[in-house]
Design a binder for this molecule. Sequence first.
Ligand SMILES: *Cc1c(COP(=O)(O)O)cnc(C)c1O
Length: 234
Amino acid sequence: MESCLMIDLQYNLDKLNEKINNALIKAGRKNEPIRLVAVTKTVSVDLINTSIDFGIKDIGENKVQEIQNKYENVKKPVKWHMIGHLQTNKVKAVISKVDLIHSVDSIRLMEEINGQAAQLGKIMEILIQVNISGEVSKFGINKYDIWEFFERIGQLHNVHIAGLMTIAPFAPEQSRLVFAQLYKLFVDIKSKNYDNVTMEYLSMGMTNDFEAAILEGANVLRIGAGIFGARQYL
Ligand SMILES: *Cc1c(COP(=O)(O)O)cnc(C)c1O
Protein backbone atom coordinates (compact mmCIF):
# COMPACT_ATOMS: atom_id res chain seq x y z
CA MET A 1 0.00 0.00 0.00
CA GLU A 2 2.65 2.47 1.05
CA SER A 3 4.70 2.07 -2.14
CA CYS A 4 1.52 2.42 -4.16
CA LEU A 5 0.86 5.79 -2.55
CA MET A 6 4.42 6.89 -3.17
CA ILE A 7 4.26 6.07 -6.87
CA ASP A 8 1.07 8.09 -7.19
CA LEU A 9 2.62 11.02 -5.41
CA GLN A 10 5.65 11.09 -7.68
CA TYR A 11 3.42 10.76 -10.74
CA ASN A 12 1.06 13.49 -9.54
CA LEU A 13 3.90 15.86 -8.78
CA ASP A 14 5.59 15.25 -12.13
CA LYS A 15 2.34 15.83 -13.96
CA LEU A 16 1.56 18.93 -11.96
CA ASN A 17 5.00 20.42 -12.52
CA GLU A 18 4.68 19.76 -16.23
CA LYS A 19 1.33 21.55 -16.33
CA ILE A 20 2.69 24.46 -14.30
CA ASN A 21 5.64 24.83 -16.67
CA ASN A 22 3.39 24.67 -19.72
CA ALA A 23 1.09 27.32 -18.27
CA LEU A 24 4.10 29.53 -17.49
CA ILE A 25 5.29 29.22 -21.08
CA LYS A 26 1.81 30.01 -22.38
CA ALA A 27 1.72 33.06 -20.10
CA GLY A 28 5.08 34.25 -21.38
CA ARG A 29 6.53 33.74 -17.90
CA LYS A 30 8.94 30.91 -18.57
CA ASN A 31 11.26 30.12 -15.62
CA GLU A 32 9.54 32.56 -13.30
CA PRO A 33 9.40 31.19 -9.76
CA ILE A 34 6.14 29.71 -8.52
CA ARG A 35 5.66 28.92 -4.84
CA LEU A 36 3.71 25.70 -4.70
CA VAL A 37 1.79 25.22 -1.47
CA ALA A 38 0.74 21.59 -1.11
CA VAL A 39 -2.61 21.67 0.66
CA THR A 40 -2.52 18.89 3.25
CA LYS A 41 -5.95 19.09 4.88
CA THR A 42 -7.11 15.52 5.65
CA VAL A 43 -3.70 14.19 4.47
CA SER A 44 -1.86 11.95 6.93
CA VAL A 45 1.40 12.97 8.56
CA ASP A 46 3.13 10.01 6.85
CA LEU A 47 2.08 11.17 3.43
CA ILE A 48 3.06 14.75 4.27
CA ASN A 49 6.52 13.55 5.29
CA THR A 50 6.82 11.57 2.06
CA SER A 51 5.80 14.56 -0.02
CA ILE A 52 8.56 16.58 1.62
CA ASP A 53 11.03 13.86 0.60
CA PHE A 54 9.72 14.35 -2.93
CA GLY A 55 10.50 18.05 -2.89
CA ILE A 56 7.51 19.79 -1.32
CA LYS A 57 8.75 22.85 0.57
CA ASP A 58 5.49 24.50 1.58
CA ILE A 59 2.35 22.98 3.04
CA GLY A 60 -1.02 24.63 3.66
CA GLU A 61 -3.76 23.84 6.14
CA ASN A 62 -7.14 25.51 6.49
CA LYS A 63 -7.86 24.62 10.12
CA VAL A 64 -5.98 25.65 13.24
CA GLN A 65 -6.80 22.33 14.89
CA GLU A 66 -5.22 20.36 12.09
CA ILE A 67 -2.02 22.41 12.25
CA GLN A 68 -1.87 21.78 16.00
CA ASN A 69 -2.43 18.05 15.53
CA LYS A 70 0.17 17.59 12.82
CA TYR A 71 2.85 20.14 13.58
CA GLU A 72 4.97 18.13 16.01
CA ASN A 73 4.81 15.02 13.85
CA VAL A 74 6.00 16.54 10.62
CA LYS A 75 9.68 16.19 11.41
CA LYS A 76 11.08 17.33 8.09
CA PRO A 77 11.90 20.93 7.23
CA VAL A 78 8.92 22.60 5.58
CA LYS A 79 7.13 25.94 5.73
CA TRP A 80 3.57 25.98 7.06
CA HIS A 81 0.85 28.16 5.57
CA MET A 82 -2.49 29.04 7.13
CA ILE A 83 -4.88 29.26 4.18
CA GLY A 84 -8.30 29.00 5.83
CA HIS A 85 -10.49 31.37 7.77
CA LEU A 86 -8.76 32.39 10.99
CA GLN A 87 -10.63 33.54 14.08
CA THR A 88 -8.91 36.14 16.24
CA ASN A 89 -9.04 33.87 19.30
CA LYS A 90 -7.08 31.18 17.42
CA VAL A 91 -4.20 33.39 16.28
CA LYS A 92 -2.13 32.60 19.34
CA ALA A 93 -2.25 28.87 18.58
CA VAL A 94 -0.65 29.17 15.13
CA ILE A 95 1.47 32.29 15.20
CA SER A 96 4.70 30.52 16.16
CA LYS A 97 4.13 27.71 13.66
CA VAL A 98 3.23 29.34 10.37
CA ASP A 99 5.31 31.19 7.86
CA LEU A 100 2.57 32.91 5.90
CA ILE A 101 -1.09 33.57 6.71
CA HIS A 102 -3.03 33.82 3.42
CA SER A 103 -6.44 34.53 4.86
CA VAL A 104 -6.41 37.89 6.63
CA ASP A 105 -9.82 39.41 6.07
CA SER A 106 -10.31 42.01 8.78
CA ILE A 107 -8.40 44.86 10.40
CA ARG A 108 -9.15 43.31 13.77
CA LEU A 109 -7.51 40.05 12.74
CA MET A 110 -4.47 41.90 11.40
CA GLU A 111 -4.16 43.79 14.70
CA GLU A 112 -4.42 40.57 16.71
CA ILE A 113 -1.72 38.94 14.56
CA ASN A 114 0.46 42.00 15.13
CA GLY A 115 -0.04 41.80 18.90
CA GLN A 116 0.71 38.09 19.12
CA ALA A 117 3.71 38.37 16.80
CA ALA A 118 5.09 41.19 18.97
CA GLN A 119 4.99 38.88 21.99
CA LEU A 120 7.22 36.45 20.10
CA GLY A 121 9.45 39.13 18.65
CA LYS A 122 8.41 37.92 15.22
CA ILE A 123 7.31 39.75 12.09
CA MET A 124 4.42 37.79 10.63
CA GLU A 125 3.97 37.79 6.88
CA ILE A 126 0.36 37.98 5.77
CA LEU A 127 -1.72 38.14 2.62
CA ILE A 128 -5.02 39.97 2.45
CA GLN A 129 -7.81 37.69 1.26
CA VAL A 130 -10.01 39.48 -1.23
CA ASN A 131 -13.48 38.37 -2.22
CA ILE A 132 -13.50 39.61 -5.80
CA SER A 133 -16.70 37.96 -6.90
CA GLY A 134 -18.73 39.30 -4.00
CA GLU A 135 -21.40 36.70 -3.37
CA VAL A 136 -19.68 33.42 -4.10
CA SER A 137 -17.34 32.89 -1.17
CA LYS A 138 -18.09 33.72 2.43
CA PHE A 139 -14.69 35.00 3.44
CA GLY A 140 -12.38 37.70 2.19
CA ILE A 141 -12.85 41.43 2.15
CA ASN A 142 -14.62 43.39 -0.51
CA LYS A 143 -12.18 44.92 -3.01
CA TYR A 144 -13.42 48.40 -2.14
CA ASP A 145 -12.56 47.95 1.53
CA ILE A 146 -8.99 46.86 0.99
CA TRP A 147 -7.44 50.32 1.19
CA GLU A 148 -7.98 50.68 4.93
CA PHE A 149 -5.54 47.79 5.52
CA PHE A 150 -2.75 49.81 3.94
CA GLU A 151 -3.59 52.87 6.02
CA ARG A 152 -3.49 50.84 9.23
CA ILE A 153 -0.44 48.66 8.52
CA GLY A 154 1.94 51.62 8.78
CA GLN A 155 1.52 51.59 12.58
CA LEU A 156 1.78 47.81 12.99
CA HIS A 157 5.40 46.79 13.32
CA ASN A 158 5.10 43.03 13.75
CA VAL A 159 3.07 42.24 10.69
CA HIS A 160 3.97 42.70 7.06
CA ILE A 161 1.59 42.57 4.09
CA ALA A 162 3.29 40.49 1.43
CA GLY A 163 0.51 40.17 -1.13
CA LEU A 164 -3.05 39.13 -1.91
CA MET A 165 -5.04 35.91 -1.96
CA THR A 166 -8.37 34.92 -3.43
CA ILE A 167 -10.53 31.84 -3.84
CA ALA A 168 -12.25 31.78 -7.21
CA PRO A 169 -15.87 30.79 -7.73
CA PHE A 170 -16.58 27.16 -8.61
CA ALA A 171 -17.48 27.87 -12.22
CA PRO A 172 -14.17 27.71 -14.10
CA GLU A 173 -15.26 30.17 -16.76
CA GLN A 174 -15.65 32.82 -14.05
CA SER A 175 -12.34 32.05 -12.38
CA ARG A 176 -10.14 33.63 -14.97
CA LEU A 177 -12.02 36.91 -14.79
CA VAL A 178 -11.71 36.90 -11.00
CA PHE A 179 -7.97 36.22 -11.22
CA ALA A 180 -7.53 39.02 -13.75
CA GLN A 181 -9.27 41.42 -11.40
CA LEU A 182 -7.11 40.43 -8.46
CA TYR A 183 -3.98 40.89 -10.58
CA LYS A 184 -5.14 44.37 -11.49
CA LEU A 185 -5.62 45.23 -7.84
CA PHE A 186 -2.20 43.74 -7.02
CA VAL A 187 -0.49 45.97 -9.58
CA ASP A 188 -2.48 48.98 -8.45
CA ILE A 189 -1.47 48.51 -4.80
CA LYS A 190 2.15 47.85 -5.76
CA SER A 191 2.34 51.18 -7.58
CA LYS A 192 1.33 53.05 -4.42
CA ASN A 193 4.43 52.09 -2.40
CA TYR A 194 2.77 51.87 1.00
CA ASP A 195 4.97 51.52 4.09
CA ASN A 196 5.25 47.94 5.29
CA VAL A 197 3.56 46.53 2.19
CA THR A 198 5.29 44.61 -0.60
CA MET A 199 3.16 43.07 -3.30
CA GLU A 200 5.35 40.00 -3.63
CA TYR A 201 2.88 37.11 -3.52
CA LEU A 202 -0.29 36.63 -5.51
CA SER A 203 -1.90 33.49 -4.08
CA MET A 204 -4.57 32.20 -6.42
CA GLY A 205 -5.23 28.94 -8.19
CA MET A 206 -6.21 25.51 -6.88
CA THR A 207 -6.36 22.08 -8.52
CA ASN A 208 -9.14 22.97 -10.91
CA ASP A 209 -8.10 26.45 -11.90
CA PHE A 210 -4.34 26.89 -11.41
CA GLU A 211 -3.62 27.16 -15.13
CA ALA A 212 -6.00 30.10 -15.48
CA ALA A 213 -4.41 31.61 -12.36
CA ILE A 214 -0.92 31.34 -13.85
CA LEU A 215 -2.14 32.97 -17.06
CA GLU A 216 -3.38 35.88 -14.93
CA GLY A 217 -0.21 36.32 -12.89
CA ALA A 218 -0.39 33.98 -9.89
CA ASN A 219 2.94 33.14 -8.27
CA VAL A 220 1.60 31.15 -5.32
CA LEU A 221 -0.59 28.11 -6.01
CA ARG A 222 -2.52 26.20 -3.33
CA ILE A 223 -3.00 22.65 -4.56
CA GLY A 224 -4.44 19.71 -2.65
CA ALA A 225 -6.27 17.11 -4.74
CA GLY A 226 -3.89 17.56 -7.68
CA ILE A 227 -1.07 16.29 -5.46
CA PHE A 228 -2.65 13.98 -2.89
CA GLY A 229 -5.73 12.78 -4.75
CA ALA A 230 -9.36 13.47 -3.88
CA ARG A 231 -9.85 14.14 -0.19
CA GLN A 232 -11.48 11.51 1.98
CA TYR A 233 -13.47 13.26 4.66
CA LEU A 234 -14.05 10.92 7.56
C1 LIG B 1 -8.62 23.02 0.11
C2 LIG B 1 -8.10 24.33 -0.30
C3 LIG B 1 -7.27 24.47 -1.43
C4 LIG B 1 -6.88 23.29 -2.31
O1 LIG B 1 -7.99 22.79 -3.01
P1 LIG B 1 -7.80 21.63 -4.10
O2 LIG B 1 -8.99 21.73 -4.93
O3 LIG B 1 -7.68 20.35 -3.35
O4 LIG B 1 -6.54 21.92 -4.84
C5 LIG B 1 -6.79 25.72 -1.73
N1 LIG B 1 -7.09 26.81 -0.99
C6 LIG B 1 -7.87 26.73 0.10
C7 LIG B 1 -8.15 27.96 0.87
C8 LIG B 1 -8.39 25.50 0.49
O5 LIG B 1 -9.15 25.42 1.58
